[in-house]
Write a protein that binds this ligand. Sequence first.
Ligand code: PMP
Length: 350
Amino acid sequence: MSGLTRPDLDALPNYVPGRTVPGAIKLASNEVPYGPLPGVVEAIAEAAADTHRYPDMGVVALREALAERYGVDPDRIATGCGSVALAEHLARVTCMPGDEMLYSWRSFEAYPIIAATAAAASVKVPNTPEHGHDLPAMAAAVTDRTRLVLVCNPNNPTGTAIRRPELEAFLDAVPENVLVVIDEAYREFVTDPQVPDGLEIAGDRPNVVVLRTLSKAWGLAGLRVGFLVAPPEVAAAVRKIVTPFSTSSTAQAAALAALRQAEEMQRRADQVVAERERLVPALRKLGADVPESQANFVWLPLGDGATEFAAACERAGVIVRPFAGDGVRVTVGTPEENDTFLAAAEAALA
Ligand code: PMP
């Protein structure tokens, strides 16, 4: 150690991306299994002709398109290099060193890294035995140092989702000077009508932000486009500190093209959901205690067997995402990919 970098970063876990192995089926990063939506590649090609120019830093056209689709004012929207970057920006606009960032655990693995890079203290409230958020315990864990609360709905990696009364009660319980982020990266895969749309539940609440991404159902993971809908003051703060030009011109063009294909996006998401509903009972039949999922992945709580299960799947040509000592997250793929995975799972769980 040379002392050139902050000592507190040494203890930080690395973000582990889903592995890509040539020739293998990748069910490790919660991507959709189809190619880009129609018109997206053409839009990228067209935008690429202007690559020598900087993108629109205000992201005006895209923010307006998002505003129209989601029925909010463009002032409430900020875009970023993936929603993960926006979560980081939210930590930076809310937390001073030593302040607390509160979230359920296990949840999205970027959260502890985001807290640490903002020099905030992570306060992790354990998931319920059913692998969901323990919102009453989270509300009780709010202190006068809490600046930011992250609620992942549906939760990555467990797929569990919070229902309306619980979420509303939680939002009512959190003081208005604490920002609550509802991370809805997987919103398009939600089918339970009792799981509320964060945008609706946020309404005019002064301290609620909804985080969305175009990486999952919209199929733009490689281009890195996320957005948030926030109270105007918070959105403006994020736009102020965002790395300049971080939503590239190709990303903006592709996002606009994707948004024009909303129906096709939802049709594809519905296919993924149909496969999810096939996978969950099939895995339960094999003995895995899989919780109901509202996302495009399923969670196998295999405890100490997680790493070996993932290795067995990999030997069978399927890459899944193990969380050592805890469980395995498997992204829903095409019907054929899921069949290959189920065969591997059957052998591994036998
Ligand atoms: N939030 C959650 C819950 C996620 O699972 C992910 C992606 N794994 C993200 C945010 C970030 O996605 P992106 O940066 O691609 O928008």
